[in-house]
Design a protein around this ligand. Structure first.
Ligand code: 5CA
Length: 445
């Protein structure tokens, strides 16, 4: 993309309404624009990152054997009356009446809708196990929407639902989700720690939240510092292998790590004092096993091998897709702007032309652009007639991991400059070597 043809409305001023750094930077980098409280338009740069995060989530869910689909945002109140949650959910639910006087709602989550799909189409244990998921907008009429996309009213969530014959099978589905979430967050450059949590309005007491440690996080958390040394890394996993998934769960959940709702001072006191930490965290996902809560209320049953009609065991598993943008920025920025992890960056590499209109510089930039594109990467070429300082400031603000700077002086010596956004280090290389180095960084991501 050529910046002269793109829509990147960066702000010079720091917006007064934004209280935390990720919100400030998303506004300044022209990623989002508030439409009304807690509701945002996703401008092209923000939309690109949102799509990259969604892509990782899709890939990792399907790797785990979970099946993508799409359910609507508007739901009928009748289904929620069946589960009993129409009244329970309270004011967070946005209720709507259509022209025929039918009660509708903007879905805050989808347990009822998916259970209805299941009961209408599945009747035998032979069709299990089954895990369906979608990535769809949700609405929760939060009392205090704040911190930009972090606590929105309209937000994008991946929500997945497992249907299993037995509790053991459903716990395997739970473990599969835990493993796939660890992989997903690591691919986004994040460390998200599974912590014992509370079921809230979804229900169930078997639940973990995934937390990214950050001072601006809304959750108070308590943990054994050893847990921060754990990495999922490159290990191979067979998602059908019950023992393997269970051992990952044990590895990542055996140390003390809890949110304030489940925190227990007496148990925490057993952690050696030097390793006891209390901190704040951003909840970027939550997994639940809630047994037959919805299947019993809504008649989602199957015939088992002994010809008995039994309610299925279920769980639901969410990732806060739009919130993740804020979480990633909170975890990765400096005073100049965002520092995107390579896995989610909106463009792979910036190209800065120091002297637009200079034949040699223009030709070199076009050549770099073509070479990066041919290698399957998306460069952002700042081809505007602007001062170098302004171009650098924009690139630093929007946070692309790599920048290639091209000027007539360097070109006389056959070199361009390759700069890492994260370390700030630069090196002079031939244009070919610079391209090769950037391409190598993204290989396998
Ligand atoms: N049905 C279950 C799992 S599918 C569920 O709704 N879980 S949840 O309530 O924990 O939401 C899943 C994730 O959505 C949360 O972990 C959080 O990352 C994100 N989320 C929840 N509320 C908001 C909000 N107001 N703004 C942005 N993200 C949110």
């Amino acid at each position: 993309m050529r910046l002269s043809r793109y829509f990147l409305p960066v702000l010079k001023e720091t917006p007064a309404e934004a209280q935390i750094v990720s919100h400030r930077l998303m506004l300044r980098a022209g990623m989002i624009k508030q439409a009304s409280a807690g509701i945002y338009s996703w401008l092209p740069l923000g939309f690109k990152v949102l799509r990259r995060i969604e892509q990782i989530v899709h890939e990792e869910q399907q790797r785990a054997g979970h099946i993508p689909m799409l359910m609507p945002t508007l739901q009928s109140a009748d289904l929620w009356r069946e589960s009993g949650r129409y009244d329970d959910y309270g004011q967070e639910m946005l209720r709507i009446t259509d022209r025929h006087g039918r009660d509708m709602l903007y879905g805050p989550t989808n347990e009822e809708l998916i259970t209805d799909i299941f009961r209408s189409n599945v009747g035998s244990y032979k069709d299990l196990p089954l895990t369906l998921y979608h990535i769809q907008w949700k609405f929760r009429d939060e009392v205090r929407p704040r911190f930009g996309v972090m606590r929105g009213r309209e937000f994008l969530m991946k929500d997945g639902y497992n249907f299993d014959l037995t509790k053991e099978d459903a716990l395997h589905a739970y473990n599969r989700h835990l493993v796939s979430y660890l992989r997903s967050y690591e691919r986004m450059g994040l460390q998200a720690i599974p912590m014992r949590a509370d079921g809230g309005p979804i229900g169930g007491d078997y639940t973990h939240e995934f937390l990214v440690l950050a001072e601006t996080g809304e959750s108070e958390v308590f943990y054994d510092s050893e847990i921060t040394d754990l990495k999922f890394g490159e290990r191979e996993i067979d998602y059908d292998d019950v023992g393997q998934c269970q051992s990952v769960l044990e590895e990542f959940t055996s140390r003390y790590a809890r949110t304030d709702e489940t925190h227990d001072e007496a148990v925490f006191a057993e952690v050696p004092v030097a390793r006891r930490r209390s901190a704040r965290g951003i909840e970027v996902g939550q997994i639940f096993y809630f047994g037959t809560k919805y299947s019993e209320a809504m008649g989602a049953t199957v015939i088992d091998a002994e010809q008995n009609q039994v309610p299925v065991h279920m769980g639901s598993h969410g990732i806060g897709v739009s919130r993740l943008l804020g979480a990633i920025i909170e975890a990765s920025h400096d005073d100049k702007g965002i520092i995107w992890p390579e896995g989610v960056t909106p463009f792979h590499c910036g190209i800065v032309n120091l002297k637009q209109g200079d034949d040699a510089a223009d030709a070199a930039c076009d050549g770099l652009y073509a070479a990066l594109t041919a290698a399957g990467l998306e460069p952002l070429y700042d081809d505007r007639k602007e001062r170098a300082g302004g171009k650098f400031a924009t690139m630093d603000l929007i946070g692309l991991p790599w920048r290639i700077t091209v000027g007539p002086r360097g070109l006389k010596n056959g070199v361009v400059e390759l700069t890492s956004r994260k370390t700030g280090e630069s090196e002079e290389l031939s244009p070919e070597a610079a391209v090769a180095k950037v391409v190598a960084r993204y290989a396998g991501l």
